[in-house]
Write a new protein. Structure first.
Length: 82
């Protein structure tokens, strides 16, 4: 399983990683792979599995709404817009 975080704000990415790791630690389950991106273009270029995605709506270049719509064309994912 892969959990992806896409946000142009490094602090938000760091905080989400911390919250996600803490959640899995509390429930006693090994944390899945966390993969982070700072822009939508990099995320769309990623060919890896995309199970859960935390996606910033307001990013320079491709915004999160556009990226989310592009991903929905390819696969079924759990998408959380930030």
């Amino acid at each position: 399983m892969r959990i992806l975080i896409c946000d142009d704000d490094a602090l938000i990415v760091e905080q989400l990683q911390k919250y996600i790791r803490n959640f899995f630690e509390k429930i006693g389950v090994k944390c899945p792979e966390l993969v982070c991106f700072s822009d939508g273009e990099s995320l769309l270029a990623d060919k890896g599995e995309k199970d859960i995605l935390f996606l910033d709506v307001e990013m320079p270049g491709m915004n999160g709404i556009y990226v989310g719509n592009e991903l929905k064309k390819e696969m079924i994912i759990s998408l959380f817009l930030l």
